[in-house]
Every structure is written in C-alpha cells, then in structure tokens.
Design a protein around this ligand. Structure first.
Ligand SMILES: Nc1nc2c(ncn2[C@@H]2O[C@H](COP(=O)(O)OP(=O)(O)OP(=O)(O)O)[C@@H](O)[C@H]2O)c(=O)[nH]1
Ligand SMILES: [Mg+2]
Length: 193
C-alpha cells in the first residue's frame, strides 16, 4: 500500500475520546520498547510521526493515526514498564483493557514480541488475552535485524512454539530497522481493512 497522508488524530484514555467515524482500526500491542510506535513509522514511511524512544514507557495513551482516511493505526502503551508507578500501571492497564475488549472497530491486532528473547510471562498473558478477546490477530517477531539473517526463520518458528504451541496463528518476522518484511505485513493488513 502506498500511504500518502498519514495524520496523528487524537490521544485517548477513555471511549468518549475515540474517533467518531467508522474506519477500521489496526492496533499494536506488546511490551514496552518492543517497537510498536516504530512499526507504525516504518509502515507509513515517516521517521517521527509516532513518538519513539530508546527508553521504555514512551507511549502513555491510546494514539490514533489516521491513514489516508482508510483506517487507523492505533498505538497503545506497552506493558512491563517497571518504572511506572503501580497506580499509573493500573490506570493504563484499565484503559487498554477497555479499548481491546469493547472497541467494536478493531479489525486486526498486531502483537509484537522481541525476536531475541523467549516470550515474557506478560507476553503469554497478552496472548491469552488476545485469544479471549476473539479478535483477528497476527504475531510479529520484531527486531529481526538484530539476529543473523540465516537464523530469522528458525528463531521465529521456535518462538511461535513457545507462545502458540498449536502453531495455528500467523507469525512472521519483522524489522523496523531494515524494513524487509513490511510488504508481507501490508498484504495481511489490506485483507482486514
Ligand atoms: N534494531 C531495531 N530496533 C528497533 C526496532 N523497532 C524498534 N526499535 C528500537 O526500539 C526502541 C523502542 O521503540 P519504540 O517504537 O519506541 O517502542 P514501543 O513499543 O512503542 O515502546 P513503548 O511506547 O514504551 O511501549 C527504539 O530505540 C527503536 O529505535 C527494530 O525492528 N530493530
Ligand atoms: Mg510507543
């Protein structure tokens, strides 16, 4: 897909702030620092539309990016960011849950894990959570540029065995740095919008 005019539209922490139109929403979930905001920038060819940081905990609200009036990329705060106070973690957890469970416009969840590490306990919780939400989803093993190209396919497969033992979900490698897998992901996104 060629994206012409991606726009940041709104940050929300409660349903009355969500956009009020009927565009489908493609939402990014995963632990802090896994690369959700970078994923959006890579897919739309912009360096800094979504704010990223080498420090975890950058995204603190639900950010809606309007992609050419066709769909939204929805950037969520990551989980597992220990420097956030318990009160703030609970608050963030609540509005993420509210969004993921009740927003009827979600057409696809893109769940990012880090290709270099086994899925964390929180990743496994999130996987179960996504399954119980009954939304369509794919899993991406991100930061694939950080391992040898010859190891990417095998590593992705063994991570999938850990998080999705039935091997029945769609799981692909991804790299925001190298941009080599973005066409495959666009093909999938286009099926859902
Ligand atoms: N090498 C490499 N670095 C990446 C990749 N994707 C993201 N990063 C880096 O990882 C760091 C975190 O990226 P973000 O996109 O801010 O991560 P996030 O998941 O949005 O983090 P939170 O907003 O805290 O939840 C940044 O330094 C990015 O440059 C990738 O595919 N490869
Ligand atoms: Mg972010």
């Amino acid at each position: 897909m060629i994206v012409k005019n991606p726009q940041f539209e709104i940050s929300a922490v409660s349903p009355n702030q969500y956009p009020k139109n009927d565009l489908p929403e493609i939402v990014l979930v995963g632990k802090s620092n896994v690369g959700k905001s970078s994923f959006i920038n890579t897919m739309i060819n912009r360096k800094r539309l979504a704010r990223t940081s080498s420090e975890p905990g950058k995204t603190r609200q639900i950010n809606f990016y309007n992609i050419d009036e066709k769909f939204y990329f929805v950037d969520l705060p990551g989980y597992g960011y220990s420097k956030m106070s318990k009160t703030e973690q609970a608050k963030v957890g609540n509005f993420i849950e509210e969004y993921l469970f009740h927003r009827d416009k979600i057409s696809l969840i893109i769940f990012l894990i880090d290709i270099r590490h086994s899925p964390t306990a929180n990743d496994k919780l999130m996987y179960n959570y996504i399954i119980s939400s009954k939304r369509p989803f794919i899993i991406l093993a991100n930061k694939a540029d950080k391992i040898a190209p010859t190891k990417v396919a095998g590593t992705t497969k063994s991570l999938q065995k850990e998080i999705n033992p039935l091997m029945d979900s769609i799981m692909l490698p991804f790299s925001s740095e190298k941009k080599i897998y973005s066409d495959d992901v666009w093909d999938i996104i286009e099926k859902y919008i």
